[in-house]
Design a protein around this ligand. Structure first.
Ligand code: BTN
Length: 251
């Protein structure tokens, strides 16, 4: 069944985390499409329990509530489709060309410009997804020690970014891509076309105590990354961090 999103935006000056606030409202029965935007977050969260630095006005901090009807094993595709939507919005509004690092980091010039945190929660209306998106608008969005791995829209364009235009384009793009979730192949194909990480990239994957090296070899129908190790074995990566490595550092 094709599902259309009708985003309704609530704005806050400051919140601990837009994901946390939206999860609270989802538990109280909020409808799909409720979106929360904050000018700053005082306890912004990233993937793998990391802190997401969120100073006032330096980033776009957005969470949107999804109540997907696709089978649960395809829910990992939601983060892939969100990355496609952010890529569209940044391109349409700011002309920024992005790459996607599996599963959903948006990169500009090999540095991170956007992070996505999808959290699923149980609500009285069924399982839901809190889709959190953080876009670095200016270099103040991230701490100086991350300057070699992070970037922002203003650095990519040399212009002050228009947060409202990016938000509007992002909500449109999310609505478009969300309606395509019923055709997982479309999401996988589009993601693979836009990600230099999809095929033939030498990477290191770390997931807790497990560290693997290998060459990426496509994406499974449920969004798992296929990794071919030096022994020829294919490992399916469903969680963890993926880093590009230079050929000389692969043993
Ligand atoms: C990552 O680690 O790359 C994901 C970062 C996600 C940050 C966004 S900002 C809006 C939403 N609220 C949060 O607390 N986190 C997400």
């Amino acid at each position: 069944m094709t599902t259309f999103l009708k985003p309704e935006v609530l704005r806050f000056k400051s919140l601990p985390s837009t994901n946390t606030e939206l999860a609270r409202r989802a538990s109280e029965g909020a409808a799909e499409g409720l979106a929360i935007v904050a000018e700053e977050q005082t306890a912004g969260r990233g993937r793998l329990q990391r802190v997401w630095s969120s100073p006032k006005g330096a980033g776009l901090y957005l969470s949107i509530l999804l109540r997907p009807t696709i089978p649960h094993n395809y829910w990992p595709l939601i983060t892939l489709m969100a990355a496609l939507a952010v890529g569209d919005a940044l391109h349409e509004v700011a002309g920024v060309q992005t790459d996607i690092k599996w599963p959903n980091d948006l990169l500009s010039g090999e540095r991170k410009i956007c992070g996505i945190l999808a959290e699923s929660i149980d609500t009285p209306q069924g399982r839901a997804v809190i889709l959190g998106i953080g876009i670095n608008l200016t270099e103040n969005a991230y701490p100086p020690e991350l300057a070699n791995v992070a970037t922002s829209v203003s650095e990519a364009t040399s212009q002050p970014p228009d947060c409202e235009q990016i938000l509007a384009a992002l909500l449109d793009a999310l609505s478009r891509w969300y309606s395509r979730l019923a055709e997982p192949g479309q999401i996988i194909d589009a993601w693979s076309n836009r990600s230099s990480y999809a095929i033939g990239k030498l990477v290191q994957v770390s997931n807790g105590d497990d560290v693997w090296q290998g060459t990426t070899s496509g994406v499974e129908p449920d969004g798992a990354l296929r990794l071919r190790t030096s022994s020829g074995e294919i490992k399916l990566v469903r969680a963890g961090d993926v880093y590009s490595v230079r050929p000389s550092s692969v043993k």
